[in-house]
Design a protein around this ligand. Structure first.
Ligand code: ARG
Length: 674
């Protein structure tokens, strides 16, 4: 049965069970009435209530029976085809949802809770269903005493069989422990090796990710760096899950500051129409124009006029504006190239005409209010908090206006299902207000659209304060990346790698480590918290760091290469050799690798990538345990290879494939030699 048919069945079942639950509740309350009023009731009334009670019980019995019929056969529906890529947790959740519904129809709307069991306790199985305790509580509330272990036993009894499950056991306070089946694991890993790492199936969505989004003529700062790194990885993750992803750079390329920039450009480079102006330092240019704007009335007037001519599309002003944007664009692009970031520019200017129409739309719907010459909009009907400024008193638009126009364009024209804004936590209030206002005005329907502000904390210096240069200036991103390159080369030289690697290999390793460690440090913390930027820490080769992972990966890849056997065509190897998972550490590694899909789904759900980083680290440490305990190659004293264990080398290759996929999402570029 297909996933959607299965879901439809489950919905039907739930509806039936909801009704049953209601009836049960009625019986309960009738009982209470019975007890309390028993003495005061006349015989007649008592008989009436008793008849009512019997009727209800009868209806309940019929409903229960029909639920039994509905669920019949659902056990087979969860069967998995060995080719199918699944998330183990999701699969088990489906099974346990059925088990709970069958065992306790009255609580069939209970969502199954399945979690992997921690590493240390293999004897407790691999996953566990934790629902019994919660159900016992519900029973208790209904006046029924049922020990959780008894409930767990019932759940176990009703759990449909599955090729993933070797056995189920009730343990502890009332857990149902799941032991994974080795044949399933062998099949899934062989598949992975034959076909490559394939994504688990999820419902496809059209998703717009608004990230990076620096401002023209201003410094792209570490906040934008975080947005760029996190946004790129989220895009890669959702693309891997085969969503339709639009990566959008919401550049700050519009607004009144362009008036003074254009006026200043006209004075400094009068030939700007024919020749691109040689502005080396746009930030300095910005400062100069700001100074003139503040001090020179004549200039100020012209600057204001240029805002008007620009917004009305006058060709010379547009040309000047483009020239200025181009200078920034080149700078931004060099950062994106270095970090291997792909993004489509659609800055605030793109929405100029749409700002006009969104204002019109809001005005027509009576959502704008006059406030000291401005037109404001309250995010919701309570009219509390901070209102959005939609039109300024001089008639100009604001950051709020462009975001209202953008969200409308994204939903109505781009027809996206999901919008993700990767912007620092400082803008939380802004996005809350935009989302509410979009709902209030009917642009956004929360039932069919999802919007997320993927916020993140600050980057701190090693002194624990906001990240700055020694002289107290904001750090230029290109300088930061250069420093990373220098530090990583120093480290490679310290290790004598410059003696072993060719100049090209050394350069590739240098970039891999430098950009890898900057990205990974950002991604491996929960993004909500601040983190301290320290090259020394990032470049450590122990613990959960990019350097550790990159070295581990290269080592894992070299095992097959150095075995003397031919692993270039894994399909061929698998035609002759099977994966066997006899040693405890082989089995542990297999189960760890098979968690990948669970992790990907979890990361996508909460848009938190540190789970994927933790997973990479776990894979590497579990791999080390495996490698320390299980010979892949046996050599004699002279170093001659005596025996190659193909199954184990296949496990090395599977580990490398899983890591490679995770690295691709995290933006790490592994190298063959390091
Ligand atoms: N340019 C803004 C800034 O630097 C970020 C824009 C984020 N995206 C958005 N749709 N508001 O703060």
């Amino acid at each position: 049965m297909s996933g959607s048919a299965f879901n439809a069945e489950l919905l039907k079942l739930r509806e039936l069970e909801r009704v049953t639950g209601e009836l049960n509740a009625q019986i309960q309350s009738t009982r209470k009435v019975d007890n309390a009023l028993l003495e005061n009731l006349s015989d007649d009334e008592l008989t009436k209530l008793q008849i009512e009670n019997t009727k209800l019980k009868h209806r309940l019995a019929i409903l229960k029976q029909s639920i039994g019929e509905e669920t019949k056969g659902t056990g087979d529906d969860v069967a998995v085809n060995s080719d199918e890529i699944i998330s183990i947790t999701e699969h088990l959740e489906k099974l346990f949802a059925i088990a709970i519904a069958k065992a306790y129809p009255q609580y069939s709307d209970t969502a199954a809770v399945v979690a992997p069991v921690g590493n240390a306790s293999a004897k407790f199985g691999d996953y566990q269903c934790n629902n019994a305790m919660g159900l016992a509580k519900k029973f208790k509330e209904a006046g029924i005493n049922k020990p959780p272990r008894e409930i767990a036993t019932e759940i176990q009894k009703h759990c449909p069989s599955s090729p993933l499950i070797d056995k189920l056991e009730v343990a502890g306070a009332g857990f149902v422990n799941v032991f994974l089946n080795k044949d399933y694991a062998v099949g899934a890993l062989s598949n992975l090796l034959r076909k490559g790492v394939k994504p688990p199936r999820v419902p496809k969505k059209r998703i717009l990710i608004d990230f990076s989004s620096p401002n023209i003529a201003k410094q792209m700062h570490v906040g934008h760096l975080r947005s760029t790194i996190i946004g790129e990885s989220i895009s890669r993750l959702l693309e891997f899950l085969e969503h339709d992803v639009l990566r959008i750079n919401h550049l700050g390329d519009w607004g009144t500051q362009f008036g003074m920039l254009i006026a200043h450009l006209e004075d400094c480079f009068p030939n700007f129409l024919n020749e691109s102006p040689p502005i080396g330092d746009l930030q300095a240019f910005y400062k100069e124009s700001k100074k003139r704007f503040d001090e020179d009335e004549e200039f100020k007037k012209r600057a204001y006029n240029r805002v008007v001519t620009l917004q009305s599309g006058e060709p010379n002003s547009i040309k000047a504006w483009q020239q200025i944007c181009d200078v920034s664009r080149i700078e931004f692009q060099s950062i994106y190239d270095r970090l291997d970031v792909k993004i489509t520019e659609r800055g605030e200017s793109f929405y100029q005409s749409r700002m006009l129409s969104v204002v019109e739309f809001l005005r027509n719907n009576n959502l704008l209010e006059l406030d000291e010459g401005r037109e404001i909009m309250w995010p919701d009907d309570t009219k509390t908090g901070i209102p959005l400024t939609i039109v300024k008193s001089d008639g100009g638009f604001t950051y709020d206006t462009s975001d209202m126009a953008a969200i409308r364009h994204r939903i109505e024209e781009e027809k996206v299902d999901w919008i993700i804004y990767v912007v620092d936590s400082g803008q939380s209030t802004h996005f809350k207000a935009i989302f509410k206002a979009a709902k209030r005005s009917g642009i956004l329907d929360p039932d069919s659209h999802r919007v997320d502000h993927v916020n993140f904390g600050l980057v701190l210096g090693e002194d624990g304060k906001k990240f700055k240069t020694r002289s107290g200036d904001t750090v230029k991103l290109s300088d930061l990346l250069d420093e990373g390159l220098k530090r990583s080369m120093d480290q490679l030289r310290e290790r004598g790698r410059d003696q072993v690697l060719s100049p090209e290999e050394l350069r590739a390793a240098q970039e891999s480590v430098a950009y890898g460690c900057i990205k990974y440090t950002d991604l491996c913390h929960n993004r909500i918290s601040d983190y301290v930027f320290s090259f020394d820490k990032m470049l450590e080769d122990r613990g959960n760091t990019a350097v550790y992972l990159l070295y581990a990966y290269t080592r894992i890849c070299s095992i097959a290469r150095n075995s003397g056997a031919d692993f270039s065509d894994l399909n061929k190897v698998l035609d002759t050799f099977n994966i066997t998972l006899e040693h405890e550490k082989e089995w542990k590694l297999a189960k760890t690798l098979l968690k990948l899909n669970d992790i990907l789904i979890k990361c996508a759900k909460d848009l938190l990538l540190h789970f994927l980083c933790e997973f990479c680290y776990e894979v590497c440490t579990v791999f080390t345990e495996f490698y320390d305990n299980c010979y892949c190659i046996e050599k004699d004293k002279s170093g001659k290879i005596l025996k190659v264990n193909h199954s184990r080398i296949l496990m090395c290759e599977a580990t490398a494939a899983v890591l490679r996929q995770c690295f691709a999402i995290l933006g790490l570029k592994p190298v063959n030699k390091i």
